[in-house]
Design a protein around this ligand. Sequence first.
Ligand code: WTA
Length: 653
Amino acid sequence: MPQNIDSILQENRLFPPTTDFAKSATIDESKLQALYQQAEDDHEGFWASLARDELNWDKPFSTTLNSHNAPHYRWFEDGELNVSYNCIDRHLADKADKTAIIFEGEQGDTRHITYAELHRDTCRFANALKAQGVETGDRVVIYMPMVPEAVIAMQACARIGAIHSVVFGGFSAEALKNRIDDASAKVLITADGGHRGGKIVELKAAADKALENCGESLQKVIVLKRTQHDIPMKAGRDIWWSDAIADVNDKCTPVSVNAEHPLFLLYTSGSTGKPKGIQHSSAGYLLGTIMTMKWVFDHRPDDIFWCTADVGWITGHSYVAYGPLAVGGTIMIYEGAPTVPDTGRFWKLCEDHKITVFYTAPTAIRALMKSGDEVPNKYDLSSIRLLGTVGEPINPEAWMWYHEVIGKARCPIVDTWWQTETGANMISPIPGVTATKPGSCTRALPGMALDVVDDEGNSITTPDKGGLLVIRKPWPSMLRGIWGDDARYVETYWGMFDNRFYVAGDSARRDQDGYFWIMGRIDDVLNVSGHRLGTMEVESALVAHPAVVEAAVVGRPDEIKGETIFAYVVLKGERPADGIDDALTLELRNWVGEQIGAIAKPGNIRYADNLPKTRSGKIMRRLLRTIASGEEITSDTSTLENEAILLQLQGKE
Ligand code: WTA
């Protein structure tokens, strides 16, 4: 939720970990201080020793960090390993029968998968991929419901060194097509459908539509039977998952890849119309997820770890598919919506599966909070020992509810700041040590050189003064680039300060205790229900509609979603009377849904004859944001080329 700075500045409640939690936590104050000290004294040595201790290498590395071609950093570059081996095989000696995945479908069907079974299923599917022609380095797109096979598909790619690109199942055919083409993917893995909100998500139908105009690269589609409803299969192209694994071996030797070998691409929104394919490495990425499982989530062998994110987002990569498995944990996967059959579903799942660590987004907390305390109070939540949030700033009110009603004031809350690009948590409390403040993600983790700087790049030391959030030193789980667009990588993240440090795109401040408070994006990226969306992306979708000449999109503060999309649209024909045209609005919303996905549908559309522009033709977005939030315009508007348009935009004409 966009922060109301005045109320947050007054936020000074402090919640130290309970004595019980602190006593049993794996990291105490002195251990934490030692970690900070080691990282401070020898940044590379610190990461090198963790990489040696925490990862199983096929060939050990001798160089820790290569900065010669900065900002193209390379970590552990002459080492070799396999990520799937590190997530699965290495646990088989002592955890073969331990549950790796607990699954529950929206309709209540459940499965438990042990590490031995996960190993077998991953091997078989890896062999199936090979049989379909997938080789090391090939790109494989995964467009799946939230079922164990999504994780198995990711692990199988990692096992043979294929680069996966997971596309969130809520994205449209068009978005899927663009991602397949951008990565020149060879194989698509999908399902007949998924269960969500009591309905079937027609994944295969969307995939078929995407493939109608896809480029040449895509050769095969592997289809998991999940919903069992009738779907067409295209001969020669489509193969059922069950057939693909029918005649293959149960053993698949993991392929040793270079530490820097791309593990995956994940497309995320930026300031332009085209999402960028964020490229992650193998070793550095995995190390980041492992360390944060230990430091932030205080991982214990008997934990049942539930991160509610879909594997279509970075959170579902790092804290469902990779991190928790790499530490030999047990994860929960739930397929459906939090409101089916009612708003108690999450809490029922916590009770039924004895969840110990629960990690979700503020938007979900706010939505569930709305249904009242009596809903969670019906369930036994005593197994939970640690709570987490991610994706957007959490407003203190939601934080307090999470703390009191879900955590019963026993459980620390880790508010984790990070990004698709950072690969793993960067700023977060250490649960047994850090005293938390509602709404602050507190301090940077050891080895993560976060800072707040002014426009010249100078560190801001004045408490509560806002600036740009930057990262001063490279870190192992950092992105390695943007797929196929190196210039954009350098420009977006490093250009502002001549490659000296990474610019996160967020503004932030630090309080008198040095705690970080994230204030929001500085670029044209919106945060709708914790998901990143580019304003330009939505604008491009709108102007692609034949009726639209121009569109400007801004975020409007929303109690539950954080932000919703407010679009101002100039039509080719006449402006509708009073700026209202419900039929067209419905059509445009669906149109955007088809171009991008349902999460990108504008909540509001207002029609105008023109948009507010400066004399040089720049759209005044700040002004549009003010109007969208229903606030009065107090700034000087005389520099506008067309000041009169404001009345129309405000809906007053
Ligand atoms: C925002 C999600 C405040 C931020 C892991 C960031 C947050 C963007 C937090 C990345 C947090 C994420 N507090 N803001 N704890 N976590 N953000 O790439 O604006 O989907 O830049 O990664 O979400 O979103 P992304």
